[in-house]
Structure formats: structure tokens, C-alpha cells
Write a new protein. Structure first.
Length: 413
């Protein structure tokens, strides 16, 4: 018989730690105000969850003992069912241990569900990918990237039961119709806009492409699929807007931190992830005493070098070395973006201000608009090629045309 393919961290029977708990999924309450009961199995830190196919009122659940309160025959029957699940997991764990071969939590789940002869499922493959990615943070990936793939799994965990009436589906059964149905689901059943849905699908395509490369599937279901992004205008601040923002006299600490980070980004082109993780040893001086940042981008791993302009140097001069050599105090990206909306109003900037606009402003207003060569800007931004940087050059050309058109009307009409 064909053996099942094993994925995930493989664990020897003598090395693993093994536990089973039962919990309620409070975010999945149904119309009758009942909560689904899930079993959570953990082997050496790797966790899988499985629905018990049973629901319970919150008042009937003993959270400490992880079981129903024994009040009536119905709850007693439910308790017996959960014990059956627990015992079956222990039995399958014992059987796998007796083979003296390494196994993972997903192998145990497959053994429990008796799907050893079936192919790997979509959620299993994504979970394995996410575990591998987590183990490579921060060397190859960022926590933000992992969060995006966890969001992909979350969307699929909701989509598959809604569309196929099952909790998971074999990866080899994913076809083009699945992809288009998933696209519709993202657009009409989630908060994703067009570009957001395309981003989710792009991450799913990376999973299927990798699966094909590994030999888990023969055909990529995305073959022939066209990603349709809506083109967005690149927003950036003008010189006057930058000056007004920088000149804000603020008193609230979180607003001061936000202003400081944003201004530093405007004059360095660094992303939020690169600034918040910036350390003092990444600030260098050349033989003339000029200072610059030399580092690798969190997102792409590309090396970038940015000479420090006067406003950025003034911010650094106001800092003292912090724990682990970090330059800036930790503040979440979400908090920064919320504060930026407030500061934009105070500075009379009528744009949807987000942190990434600082990077756009560095590329356009600070550098390209002051005749810094495109190839130099590309290197400072850490772009892997100049095609990405050319977007900013096109934006400036368009702005020049519009400005000249206004001047023409003013002078000759």
C-alpha cells in the first residue's frame, strides 16, 4: 500500500511531549448561542486542532476540567464522546510510537481520521509551511509575512466548510474552479478589497507552486489564472507638507514618537519594519565623518545604504542607546498609522496618511525631485531592480506635466 507523506517537524517517540486538551471556540458561536468543542493536540510544540462535531452552552462547560458539567444524561453522553476522542488519540499515538519512526502532530491527526492513504490536505500543507516559516524568523522571513500566511489559512478555514461542507480538502482536489470560488468568497464574504483579495490568492499560489515543486501535486490549479490588481496612485508629501508635519509642536508621547519615526522615514526611505528594528551598530561613518545606514531590508533581504541627511541626524543625536542596541522605542505599526491620521489634520495635510507614504516621499520629493539618479535611489530603497523605482519617476513626470499645465492656463488663458 502507498504510504502517506509526512510533513512538519518529525519527532521520535522517545523525544516527544504529548498532550490533549478540549476547548470552546468562542468566535464560532452559532445562532442558538452554542459553542463548538475542539480538541487541541500538541506534540513537542507542534499543535493541531480538530472539531469534536459537538456544541455546548457556555454555562454547561467546565473550563478548568475541560469537560461538560455532568447535570443530565445529554451532557453525560457528550462527556463520553470527548473521552472517546481522547482515548483514540492516545491509542493512535501509542501505535505510531511503537513503529519507532519519527512522526508529527499532523501524522497523528491523519491516523486519528484514518486518512493515511489519502493525500495531504490544503490546511495541513499551509500549516506545515507556516511552521517552517516561523522557524526561519528573523533570518529569512519577518513576523509580518508569517501573519499574512496565517491569514490565508484563516480565510481557507472559513471558505472550505462554507463551499464544500467539509472542514478540509485534499490538495490534489483543488482545481481552477476552487480558485475562482475562493476569489468570489474573498471579495463578497470578507473585508478584502480587490487588491487585498489578489494578495491572499498570490500567497496561496506560492503554496501550490511549492507543492508542485515538491511533487505533492501534478498540476498547479493557478495555471492560466490572471491576477487583476487595481492600479493605485502613489501618494507622497510635498516639501511644504513635510515642513508642516515636521514643525508640529506635540505634547502627547505617542504622537511625538509617531512624528519622530515618520520624519526619520521621510529622510531615509526606510520602511516601518526596518526603522523599528534599526540598531546603533548599523549606523556607520566614512573616512570624512559622514554617517550612513548599512543594513538589509526585512522584506526582501536586499542590502541598502542610505547617507544620513541633517533631519535624520538630528533625530539620532537626540537618542541614547537602548536595550539590545535598538535606536527607537517599540510602537505598533497600527498605532502609528492611527496617530498619523490625527497628525495629518493638525498639519493641514488632506491625504490618507500611512507610514509607507514617508518612503514614497523620500523616493520622490527628497531624492528624485532633487536630481538624485534613479539607480542611486533604487540602491538606497533596497529595491531588487530599478523597475520598482521607476514608478516614482513616472509619478514625478506626471506631476511636472500637471504643474506646467496649470502654469500655462495661469499665464496664457
Amino acid at each position: 500500500m502507498k504510504k502517506s507523506k509526512k510533513i512538519g517537524p518529525l519527532i521520535g517517540p522517545s523525544l516527544d511531549t504529548f498532550s490533549i486538551i478540549f476547548l470552546l471556540k468562542k468566535k464560532k458561536k452559532n445562532k442558538r448561542k452554542l459553542f463548538p468543542i475542539y480538541s487541541r493536540v500538541t506534540i513537542n510544540g507542534q499543535r493541531i486542532e480538530l472539531s469534536s462535531k459537538r456544541w455546548i452552552d457556555l454555562n454547561d462547560w467546565d473550563k478548568k476540567r475541560q469537560r461538560p458539567k455532568l447535570i443530565n444524561n445529554k451532557l453525560k453522553a457528550l462527556n463520553h464522546h470527548l473521552e472517546y476522542i481522547r482515548n483514540k488519540f492516545y491509542l493512535e499515538h501509542q501505535r505510531l510510537s511503537q513503529t519507532n519512526k519519527p512522526f508529527s502532530a499532523i501524522d497523528l491527526k491523519n491516523a486519528y481520521l484514518n486518512i493515511n492513504e489519502k493525500g495531504l490536505t490544503v490546511l495541513e500543507v499551509i500549516e506545515t509551511h507556516n511552521i517552517d516559516m516561523k522557524n526561519q524568523i528573523p533570518e529569512l522571513y519577518s513576523a509580518g509575512t508569517l501573519k499574512n500566511y496565517r491569514t490565508l489559512k484563516k480565510h481557507l478555514s472559513s471558505f472550505i466548510p462554507k463551499e464544500y461542507k467539509i472542514e478540509d480538502i485534499e490538495l490534489k482536489k483543488v482545481d481552477r474552479n476552487f480558485i475562482y470560488s475562493f476569489e468570489r468568497y474573498l471579495l463578497f464574504n470578507t473585508l478584502c478589497n480587490q487588491n487585498g483579495a489578489m494578495k491572499v490568492l498570490q500567497r496561496f499560489k506560492k503554496i501550490t507552486t511549492l507543492s508542485k515543486r515538491k511533487g505533492l501535486i501534478e498540476h498547479d490549479p493557478f495555471e492560466g489564472y490572471v491576477f487583476r490588481f487595481k492600479r493605485k496612485e502613489v501618494e507622497f508629501l510635498t516639501t511644504d507638507e513635510i515642513d508642516r508635519f515636521s514643525a508640529l509642536d506635540l505634547k502627547i508621547p505617542s504622537e511625538i514618537k509617531t512624528q519622530e519615526l515618520f520624519v526619520f522615514a521621510i529622510y531615509t526611505g526606510l520602511s516601518y519594519a526596518d526603522i523599528i528594528s534599526l540598531r546603533w551598530h548599523q549606523i556607520h561613518s566614512d573616512k570624512d565623518g559622514s554617517q550612513f545606514i548599512l543594513n538589509k531590508r526585512k522584506k526582501t533581504g536586499e542590502t541598502f545604504i542610505v547617507p544620513l541627511l541633517k533631519p535624520a541626524l538630528e533625530i539620532l543625536d537626540s537618542k541614547i542607546e537602548k536595550r539590545e542596541g535598538l535606536i527607537f522605542e517599540s510602537i505598533s505599526n497600527a498605532c502609528v498609522n492611527r496617530k498619523l491620521k490625527i497628525l495629518a489634520k493638525k498639519a493641514h495635510i488632506f491625504k490618507n496618511l500611512t507610514f509607507h507614504i514617508a518612503r514614497h516621499s523620500f523616493a520622490t520629493t527628497i531624492t528624485l525631485n532633487n536630481d538624485v539618479p534613479l539607480i542611486t535611489v533604487s540602491k538606497m530603497l533596497g529595491h531588487s531592480n530599478t523597475r520598482t523605482t521607476q514608478i516614482y519617476a513616472k509619478v514625478l513626470q506626471k506631476k511636472v506635466s500637471l504643474d506646467m499645465e496649470k502654469l500655462n492656463k495661469k499665464l496664457f488663458e
